[in-house]
Every structure is written in structure tokens, then in C-alpha cells.
Design a protein around this ligand. Structure first.
Ligand code: DX5
Ligand code: ZN
Length: 214
């Protein structure tokens, strides 16, 4: 079976000990580190920005997977590239008719480009973009907070995207992922899973990360 990229979200880490927590999840087998950037406009919460990505970069032995839940992502891509992001995902709802331009700009920096859709956005809206992106991120909660429940309806978008995608497209799922919902998403065609509360709330983080691949 194809390898699943597990990307624990540091939104559920201890923000006063981020470097330590990044090292812990890497030792426990994280493939990527998922960084949730929120601006208080696109989503009703504020988290962290490019300076924190830059500060974490020296501790990151695996790719930094930056999920931009922000308005006007075009204005911030360069900051995150300079900070050391390896994957940058923008939201289709924030980019709209600038999607192609922003994706091309991300890729021109040799950074992987992702395009995300919120629960209410139909997958058909981004089928036209599948040839140009490296990854699609299907949100299975309303973005903004960790610890919410998985929305099963949203997972139905995965096969629609998979059927229309080039072979190497990464399909990532984010929101309410645990061993059980992760398996549902893998069976539907996802090959990258983000998990925040499930990984950081686990008694055994290594087991939790492994269970997302099993
Ligand atoms: C939600 C974020 C997620 C969040 C997931 O807006 O994009 O990455 O950290 O948290 P859990 O896994 O707890 O649902
Ligand atoms: Zn995220």
C-alpha cells in the first residue's frame, strides 16, 4: 500500500514548548509537521505566523507543512517561504480567481503547493486546479479550532478528487482525525492525514502516529 504522510498539527502542542514538542513528534515518527496559521478573519481564531515557523525551522528534520487559514494569502506566501516552509497550502475560498497565480508563485520557490477546501465548498470547484497543485487538503471540520468532531459528509469529497486527479496528487485530510476516521479517509483515497488533539492527547504518541498508518 502507498505510504501515508502523517502530519501532526502543532496547534495541539504546548505553545510554550514548541521546539520540544516538534522534536517529540519527530522521534515518534511524524512525516511532516503541520503548522496551522490563522488570522482572525478567514477563521475566528488567531494562532501563529511566519516568525514562529522561522524559529522552528532549525528543529525541523522533516518538512514543515504550513496550512494558511488567512485572507489575502498572496501577501504572505513569501514570508512563509523565507521562514522555511516546505509545503504551503492556501484556501480556495480565500484565493478565488487568484488561485492559479498564487499556486504558481508557491511552486516557483520549489515549495510544494496545496489547495484546501472548507466543508461547504464542493470538490467540483477545484477540479480545474488539480493538474497544477501538489496537494489538495480536504477539511473535515470548519477550520479554526482543534478538537472538533469529524464530518463524515466531507470525506465523500475524497473519491471525487481522487478520480479526477493525476496519479501523484497528495490528498490530505484535516479535522477530527483519529485511528478510525483516518482509516475511513485512507480507504476513500487520502494519503496524508493531519491530526492534532489525537496525537498530542495520546498517552503513547508513537502508537497514535502508527495507528494512522495501520
Ligand atoms: C483546524 C486545523 C487543524 C487542527 C486539527 O482548523 O486546520 O489542523 O489542528 O485538529 P484536530 O486533529 O484536533 O481536529
Ligand atoms: Zn490544519
Amino acid at each position: 500500500m502507498e505510504k501515508v504522510i502523517v502530519s501532526p498539527s502543532i496547534l495541539s502542542a504546548d505553545f510554550a514548548n514548541l521546539a520540544r514538542d516538534v522534536e517529540i513528534i519527530q522521534e515518534c515518527g511524524a512525516d511532516w509537521i503541520h503548522v496551522d496559521v490563522m488570522d482572525g478573519h478567514f477563521v475566528p481564531n488567531i494562532t501563529i505566523g511566519a516568525p514562529v515557523v522561522k524559529a522552528l525551522k532549525p528543529y525541523a528534520k522533516v518538512p514543515l507543512d504550513v496550512h494558511l487559514m488567512i485572507e489575502n494569502p498572496q501577501n504572505y506566501v513569501d514570508d512563509f517561504v523565507k521562514a522555511g516552509a516546505d509545503v504551503i497550502t492556501i484556501h480556495y475560498e480565500a484565493a478565488q480567481d487568484m488561485t492559479e497565480d498564487i499556486i504558481s508563485h508557491i511552486k516557483s520557490h520549489d515549495v510544494l503547493a496545496g489547495l484546501s477546501i472548507k466543508p461547504k465548498t464542493p470538490p467540483q470547484e477545484i477540479l480545474k486546479n488539480l493538474l497544477m497543485v501538489d496537494m489538495v487538503l480536504v477539511m473535515t471540520v470548519e477550520p479554526g479550532f482543534g478538537g472538533q468532531s469529524f464530518m463524515h459528509d466531507c470525506a465523500e469529497k475524497i473519491p471525487v478528487i481522487r478520480q479526477n486527479a493525476p496519479e501523484n496528487l497528495i490528498i490530505q485530510v484535516d479535522g477530527g482525525i483519529n485511528a478510525e476516521t483516518g482509516k475511513i479517509c485512507r480507504d476513500l483515497g487520502a494519503n496524508s492525514l493531519v491530526a492534532g488533539s489525537y496525537v498530542f492527547g495520546a498517552e503513547d504518541i508513537e502508537d497514535a502516529i502508527d495507528s494512522l498508518r495501520a
